[in-house]
Write a protein that binds this ligand. Structure first.
Ligand code: HEM
Ligand SMILES: *[C@@H]1O[C@H](CO)[C@@H](O)[C@H](O)[C@H]1NC(C)=O
Ligand SMILES: *[C@@H]1O[C@H](CO)[C@@H](O)[C@H](O)[C@H]1NC(C)=O
Length: 497
């Protein structure tokens, strides 16, 4: 009897020790990947590697990849390897390498490497996420959506939406305005109008469905964090488990609205100047299913309103903090608009050079997408080295890291639109300013995003004098969001100009 117990204990002991040895071996091997390749690395810690996700003081991907950038740069490396949990990721530091990877050698880096699940979660199969040939085909089909001709047609819808915002600010003079909420309503109205041909008027009806969906999608939550963790770090398991990135009700909302609108338009022969119409018109050649259409419209919705409202929030915040810049910008706006009967026109937008500088500087300090992702799709030898980046390896390009690098932008914390004068721009490497990414996989909605952001800023600065409310705490980035955002609300005060 005694012998038997000892045997059992012995077996359990052996089992545990073997398991531990196997696990240690696995991590040892995994965490030696970059060293074996002769790539500089930051010492990973068991079991999270170089991340600290799930820990109380965790960072967002954007802040994390900036830390990697800063560390490799400090050591004088052009690139370096890290481990996100166990997945090897290559951090690219040298702008010349970034240029090759995003441009000339794009064929090796077609994918973004994000999780999507066509079967269980059709809305996740949108242009931002999908891979390879599927991406290429869809990108070609969707590109005509964003020509300047199409943008011109949407311009007037945008102007109607911005007038609603102007009225709302008029009613809040002297009060503490939560500027992100204000701008979020504006961009929600714009995208509702331009994507679906629906007049949302979030100012009159702040709880309207679109605005509510917007809040819901970007609200952090535990379940969402777990799903995101699985999708990011264990994509194969996530796919097998059928993990969905979206709540059922959000998915249903978008699918229904697209299905209903398409049906209505086809039955009644209605035409509109919006994204959905462009997709319907593409139907004959592109052969989209309703699910595929819904996924693209959903993407335009999320990509369209949050990025621009974030950028404008930070832009107006910096203008409020820098009265000289605000004054100079107002002078330019008034001077240009004088030629156009004091109305914002499509042509007038391109004549405001200082506005462009102000917005470029805003996107430098606060890139809404602070980290760019690529995944190697074909073995690639890094130029002037014998390091082979293997197929399947993920790449991190820290836009925020480049944008805040004192080598390219002395005193990076200082807001200074002069950095983007023609002369100063020419003197810098073009790949150290990447708010919209670059190459064939850059932001497809760049023109649309710029147009709505400019219209928003012009309207506010033309009509109101802005200052920062004492309620506003210094900007600190929210560690829990994918897009860059401020942890605390930004409150501004507006006075009549
Ligand atoms: C200020 C506003 C915006 C900013 C800063 C921004 C930024 C970005 C960035 C950095 C990327 C990744 C590029 C890369 O990996 O090289 C991207 C991709 C994308 N953006 Fe935007 N964006 C904005 C507005 C918009 C708007 C308004 C739309 C659509 C209506 C849009 C749709 C997309 C799509 C579909 C992609 C994926 C493209 C692809 O993978 O082929 N974006 N955006
Ligand atoms: C469109 O898709 C359906 C189902 O996926 C297929 O049966 C049909 O042949 C396709 N039509 C064209 C023109 O590609
Ligand atoms: C890619 O590179 C790895 C490591 O150098 C090698 O083992 C693999 O066979 C290569 N794959 C192809 C398709 O060349």
């Amino acid at each position: 009897m005694g012998l038997f117990i000892e045997d059992t204990w012995m077996e359990i002991f052996l089992l545990i020790t073997t398991s531990i040895v196997i696990v240690i071996n696995y991590f040892h091997k995994t965490y030696n990947y970059w060293t074996r390749k002769g790539v500089p690395t930051i010492r990973p810690k068991f079991p999270l590697g170089n991340t600290n996700i799930l820990l109380p003081r965790s960072f967002s991907v954007g802040t994390l990849s900036k830390r990697f950038y800063d560390e490799f740069k400090r050591q004088g490396h052009r690139f370096g390897g890290v481990y996100l949990v166990t997945a090897p990721n290559l951090v690219i530091v040298d702008p010349e390498l970034i240029k090759d990877i995003m441009g000339k050698d794009f064929q090796h880096f077609v994918d973004r490497g994000f999780y999507y699940n066509k079967e269980d979660d059709p809305l996740s199969a949108h242009l931002f996420a999908i891979d390879g040939l599927d991406w290429k085909n869809l990108r070609v089909k969707l590109t005509p959506t964003f020509t300047s001709g199409k943008m011109k047609k949407m311009f007037h819808s945008m102007i109607e939406c911005v007038n609603n915002m102007k009225e709302a600010i008029d009613k809040s003079l002297g009060e503490d305005i939560d500027i992100k909420e204000m701008l979020g309503r504006f961009t929600t109205d714009v995208i509702g109008c331009c994507a679906f041909g629906i007049e949302c008027n979030s100012f009159k009806y702040p709880d309207a469905e679109f605005r509510a969906m917007g809040h819901k999608i970007f609200q952090p939550g535990l379940l969402k964090s777990i799903r995101a963790f699985l999708a990011m770090n264990l994509p194969k398991l996530a796919l097998r488990l059928g993990v969905k990135t979206l709540n059922e009700d959000i998915a249903k909302f978008f699918k229904d609205i697209v299905a209903d609108t398409v049906k209505l338009r086809q039955e009644k022969n209605i035409r509109r100047n919006d994204f959905l119409q462009i997709l319907i018109d593409l139907q004959d050649s592109a052969n989209f299913t309703i699910g595929e259409m819904a996924a693209q419209v959903f993407l335009f919705f999320i990509a369209g309103f949050e990025t621009s409202s974030t950028a404008m929030t930070f832009g107006l915040y910096e203008l409020a903090r820098n009265p000289d810049v605000q004054k100079k910008l107002r002078e330019e706006i008034c001077q240009v608009l004088e030629k156009y009967d004091n109305k914002i026109t499509y042509e007038s937008l391109n004549e405001m050079k200082y506005l462009e500088q102000v917005f470029d500087e805003t996107l430098r300090m606060y890139p809404p997408l602070p980290n760019l992702n690529r995944r190697c799709t074909k073995n690639y030898t890094l130029p002037d080295t014998n390091v082979v980046v293997e197929e399947g390896t993920s790449l991190l390009i820290s836009a925020l890291g480049l944008h805040m690098d004192p080598e390219y932008y002395p005193e990076p914390e200082k807001f200074d639109p002069e950095r983007f004068s023609e002369e100063n721009k020419k003197a810098r490497h073009p790949f150290v300013h990447l708010p919209f990414g670059d190459g064939p996989r850059n932001c497809i909605g760049l023109r649309f995003g710029l147009m709505q952001s400019k219209i928003g800023i012009i309207t506010v600065i033309k009509n109101f004098h802005l200052s920062v409310s004492p309620l506003t705490k210094p900007v600190e980035f929210n560690p829990r969001t994918f897009l860059l955002s401020s942890k605390n609300n930004v409150y501004l005060k507006a006075e009549n100009e």
